[in-house]
Structures are given as structure tokens and as C-alpha cells.
Write a protein that binds this ligand. Sequence first.
Ligand code: COA
Ligand code: THG
Length: 577
Amino acid sequence: MRILFLTHGFNSLTQRLFVELRRDGHEVSIEFDINDEVAEEAVELFKPELILAPFLKRAIPESIWKKHRCIIVHPGIKGDRGPSSVDWAIMNGEEQWGVTCLEATAEMDAGDIWESVEFPLRDASKSSLYRNEVTDAAVAAVKLTLKRIESGDYQPEPLDYTNPEIRGQWNCLMQQKERQINWQLDDTETVLRKINAADSMPGVKDLIGGKNYFLYNAYAEVELGESKADSGSILATRDGAICFKTIDAAVWVTHLKIAEPAPDEFAFKLPATHLLGEKLNLAPEEMRVQEITLQPEAIPESGTWQEIRYREEGEVGYIYFDFYNGAMDTEQCQRLQKAITEAKKKPIKLLVLMGGEEFWSNGIHLNQIEAAESPAEESWRNINAMNDLCLEIINTPNQLTMVAMRGNAGAGGVFMALAADQVYARGNVILNPHYKSMGNLYGSEYWTYLLPKRVGEDNAQQLMQNRHPLSAAEAEQLGLIDVCLNQSREGFVQQISSEAQQLANCTDHGQRLAEKNLRRQHDELQKPLSNYRAEELEQMKLNFFGFDPSYHVARYHFVEKLPKARTPAYLASHRKI
Ligand code: COA
Ligand code: THG
């Protein structure tokens, strides 16, 4: 079928549907929802058989839905309607949630239902649910809807609230007053639920030191909760996060955004301590919050939070790095590199890089760069720190290395993974192995060495130019990664652990290690890694410090989330000349 995606953005849900429907042989083109005229023009140009709205905030105009069938992918169960579906589901403590494919009509989300797929609502943040359960259910619901449409003899079900099976209802846009934390009444579980329900957008508004901030990304803390401090006060900092006392324990909050920014203040998410700065030292000296550090090995599995964790099982070492949104700033790269250096000194045969639970990595930290005094200088520092990290992984002569991608990866994050000997990814992972969409960035992370080695020169060029997302299965087929495992979140971790034990204990481990080192020596003689790096950085220098400001402009638009002005031609195939 010829399918036009009408969408607010090319987010993980839209990307996953894009790769899945194309694999099923559909012809898919994308148009961002800019205004009614632009949408009408796209429909005119592409002449779609179906319009699909996987992530749309505005109404599709009557001029379009009257003439073309439009299917809304709604993140709610049958009968659920409105713009804050998952937020309400989390806040109301629903046990079961779903995704419904319905037809667009004049009344929002009230059209005939083609299919609805349900799932148990995990205790997690809105964005985690979106990227996992909602996306998986959406893929299933859309595929069945397409089959039903193609069959030509299926009648969609009108929404009928008198039917007792319809559990959903209309829910308004959730307001801050409904999200607000009452530090004197809310227990830890309630605080976590409120912050989870607002993750990504809009965050929970809270007053800190007389100023309003939005809070993002929270984790329970048990030990510091013993403190006698007032509920709502800040107890400690760690890795950029702040720890609030609650009535029954404590919570870490990693990121803040200034709620009513002055013209000279940043209007995007940053690590909490970065924004609070001096405010953390306002209290008398003996009451000031302390930076509480823990050795990576000493981190308990739950009950606290730290970005980088290490654990061993037999002769396998595992490093976890939960960087919010997969973005890695200079210091985070340096800390991770240090953790890897330390792990390499241990008597292990295999080092497994587990990345984060939500993202593997999305490369350099664009928000931190935007907030720096000199974004060009900070970009330079950040890419060099990424490169040092990649080099640390490539140069591991005494262990085999394995990457386990549990979440999506983009740009430099993908190439960082290729620095390992074996790359595994979970089946629903989406990879964006290219840089160009960020203002024509050339990219580094030794991609000019790592990518062609795996996929060949031609494919490498194509991946970089096309800028399309890839499913883990496609990546495996291309040879970009080694293994795609179609597993649940837990199943994937279990299988990684058993594959890792096998690899560490296999009889030819020594031979594999020797072969890897020989290959590395051979490659180094052919062309030293330092040459690849120097050539890449030569181009990056132009991106950062040259006359063409494209990268700085694109980054500004990205972090400020400015409305899009047009759909780029690599997505809107109907606009290609
Ligand atoms: N540096 C800094 N930040 C980076 C980065 C980098 N290198 N790479 C990615 N990010 C950030 C993005 O800015 C984004 O930030 P956010 O936390 O402010 O959203 C985040 O990482 C995730 O990126 P992306 O992959 O684009 O989004 P996603 O698809 O994973 O996010 C949702 C899912 C749910 C959070 C998001 O799509 C959303 O808000 N959906 C709302 C849906 C809706 O409103 N539906 C109603 C109509 S039906
Ligand atoms: N029919 C048509 N267009 C649609 C839908 C539809 N577009 C996408 C839409 N479904 C997705 N669902 C909603 C439901 C309600 C609202 C938005 C998207 C909504 N919005 C508030 C408003 O418009 O005032 C504002 C929300 C905000 O500020 O974020 O209520 O079924 N034709």
C-alpha cells in the first residue's frame, strides 16, 4: 500500500513503524504536521491509499479525512480519548493499557475502531512505556489494521460507550495542578509515579530555592532516606543528580528544566546540579548537600541510583551506563572510559558493555553543548572524549568485548558500539547509523575505520547518505551488528548473560583473542587509528569552527524543540525532485 505518515516528529514510534511497514513491502513516505495547507499538499503529491498518524498532536483537517482514510494510532485502550493518555494511565495506576487504531473524524479519537492491542502497564516512565510496550502494540495493531483494510470486507467497530467492554473514556490534557508533588503528603511511590507520568514532556513543576523547575527522571533511594531532614529538601548530589527527602525515603532526580526561563536562561533539560549550581550551597555549611559517591562495583541492584555500574559473574565483567536519553557529555565519556580501564585490569575474559536500560547511546550531549560558554569548544571536547572512549574499547588486548544494545542508538552511539568485538541488539532496537541530519555533521568515533570494515565501502556510504533508521534485524543482515535477538527485555538480558558465559568459557577463547590482536596489528600497519581520527576531526573542526553554521543551527533547533518548518527530502519521498 502507499502509506503517508502524518506525524509531529520522527520519534522512536514513527521510526519503528516506518522500518516495519517498509519491510512488509509497503511504500511509505513521511510528512511532518506543519499546517493544514502543507499536509494537503503532501496528500496531493503522494496520493496515498492510506494516511497513518502515529504521533500527531493536531486535528487532521476535514479536507483530508473526508476524502482519504486516515488511521490514528492512539496510545490508549478502546474508548480512551484525549492528549494525555499514558500520563493518565500511569497516574491512575492502571494495570492494563493499550494502543488503538481508529479512524480520524471530526470528533477527536472517537472514530471507528479497526484494532486495539493491550499490554500490562509496567511500573516505568511514560517515555520508557512509549518506546517499548506502546511501540510493540502499535506495530501489531497497525499490521492487523492494514490486513483488514486490504481484505476489503472488514467493518471497523463504531465507538459505543453503552458497550460494557469499553473501559476507556475521554481524558483532558493533564494540568500541572494534577501533577504537583505534595512533599508533606506524597510517599516515595507517589512522587515516582508523578515524575514517571510526566517524563520527556512536560515534567513535574516544583519549587526549588524560590524558583520553579520541571523535574525529570526519578529513582528511589533507600539509605539516604534515613535522614531526619525535612521532606522535599535536597540531601545529596551524585553524577549531576539531586536527592530529595520524601516522607518515607528519598528520590534521585537527574534532570531539571527552568519553568519560566529569563531571556538569558536555558529553556531545555540539563543535569540538576548544572542548573542549581550555587543554590546547592545556600544552607549553612554543616547542612550543605554532599556529593555522595560510590565505587561502580559497590552499587546495589536497587534502592539507589548511579549512572555507571560494574558487576562480575564468573569471568565476565558487565558495565552498565544509564545516561539519560543516551546522551553522553564530556565528563560522562571520561568517567565511562575510566570504568572500562579499571575493568580491563580485572581477571576477566570478557567485558560486556550493557549501555543503558532505555538507550544504548545517542552520542555527544547536544543539550550540554548548547549550554556551554563556547558550544564549538565544548563540541570539540565532547567528540574527543567520545573518541578516547572508543579507542579504549578497540584497544582491549586481554579480553574479548561484547556490546548488548538494550535500547535504541543513534549517531556516534552506534559507532561506539562497533568498537567492540561482538555486537548484539534486542529485536525491537532502532539504529540510526548516520550523522548528517544534525546540520551535516561529518562524524568521528573512528566510523571511517569501523563502519566499512563491517558493511563494506558502498553500504557505508549509503547508510551515511540515506539517513534512514534501521531495525536490529536489518542491521544484522547488513553485518552492521552481529546478532539480533528477538526477546523481551528480561529475556534479552538472560540470553546475553548465557552467551557471555559461553564466549568466556569457550575452548578457543585464547585463539579468538590472538586472532583479534593479529587483526588489530595488521589494520594498524595498513593505516594507524590515529590517522583515521585525525582525518575525521579535520572535517569536524570545519563543522564546529568553520564558516558554515549548519551544525550550530541544527543543534539549537533540536535542543529548543523548535517547530519544524518542513520535512527533509530523505523522509518525504513525495517531495524528491
Ligand atoms: N543529546 C541530547 N539529547 C538527546 C540526544 C543527544 N545526542 N539524542 C536524543 N536526545 C533526547 C531527545 O531530545 C529526546 O528528549 P526528550 O526527553 O525531551 O523527549 C529524547 O532524547 C528521546 O529522543 P527521541 O528518540 O526523539 O524520542 P522518543 O521517541 O524516544 O520519545 C516520547 C518518546 C514518548 C517521550 C515522545 O515521543 C513524546 O513526547 N510523545 C508524546 C506522544 C503524544 O503526545 N501523543 C499524543 C497524540 S496521539
Ligand atoms: N481526528 C482528527 N485528527 C486527529 C485525531 C482525530 N488528530 C490526532 C488526534 N486524533 C490525536 N488525539 C488528540 C486528542 C485530543 C487532543 C489532541 C490530540 C486535544 N488537544 C488540545 C486542543 O486541541 O485544544 C490541546 C492539547 C495540547 O495542548 O497538547 O484535546 O481523532 N481529525
